[in-house]
Write a protein that binds this ligand. Sequence first.
Ligand code: ASP
Length: 294
Amino acid sequence: MPDDMVEAHIRGVRKAVAAGWTVLERGGSSVDAVEEAIVMMEDDDTFDAGRGSFLNREGRVQLDALIMDGATLRAGGVGCVERLRNPVRAARKILSESPHVYFVAEGAERFAAEHGIDLCQNEDLVIPREIENLRRFQAEASRHDSVKDGNYLFTPEMTHDTVGAVALDRDGNIAAATSTGGTLNKAPGRLGDSSLIGCGCYADNQSAAVSTTGWGEPIMKLVLAKWTADRVAAGNLPDWAAREAMNYLEQRLNGHGGIIVLNAQGQFGIAHNTPRMAWAIKTKSIEEAGVERD
Ligand code: ASP
């Protein structure tokens, strides 16, 4: 995250964890909890999700989100949507009310509208900070080869503000959700890892709930969320699996990112190989938020 936004990130993740906790405390499901946590961050301009997301190279916001229920393996995903303030709400409707799992672009927006979700204008999602961010990036692109050939995506300095949440409810069920505006200056129609099952998000009570952030293409190639969940299913602790996932990402494809992992016993892991990542956690006995630095 940019240096001047560290405090805003900590405030944002604190609010998200409080929103999720409110659901769990009154006996709500882990799916409801992750949905509310993600909505809180989509509504916060700080993050690359919902309003305030990175712009694609045409200056438009294009959003992806996925939510998954570890009890049933039901999932809902949307990709490349441009008129939804809260893509995770549409993803949730797909999970609960559709025989399908994934909708994209206008079809996803139509599904959302038919299920009572208001559409907005794309301009409603665009903020001045991101117009300036894109302008600066594109001005540099004409000067630096690494930007021209796409290698800038390798640099850990490239910020990633995708949001993710994992939760365990009192019935012992886990869930995960991830929402993003993707990468800055992406090509229109480019879909990242965040909304793809097993890449940016996964949940199965028999293994783990996982959400990832970072440079999406390597994460997709490694199907990293499912890779991590499989390590937990094989008997490893989520903390170990999270750290191994970051090692694997870096060693295999020189990728960078972050991951949160939770199993149905309440054991969790948080890891990243970027300079820092904001996180917040709440259990009956712990309440913490912070920015982890490498
Ligand atoms: N993983 C996201 C993507 O590649 C970006 C991010 O995490 O910031 O779309």
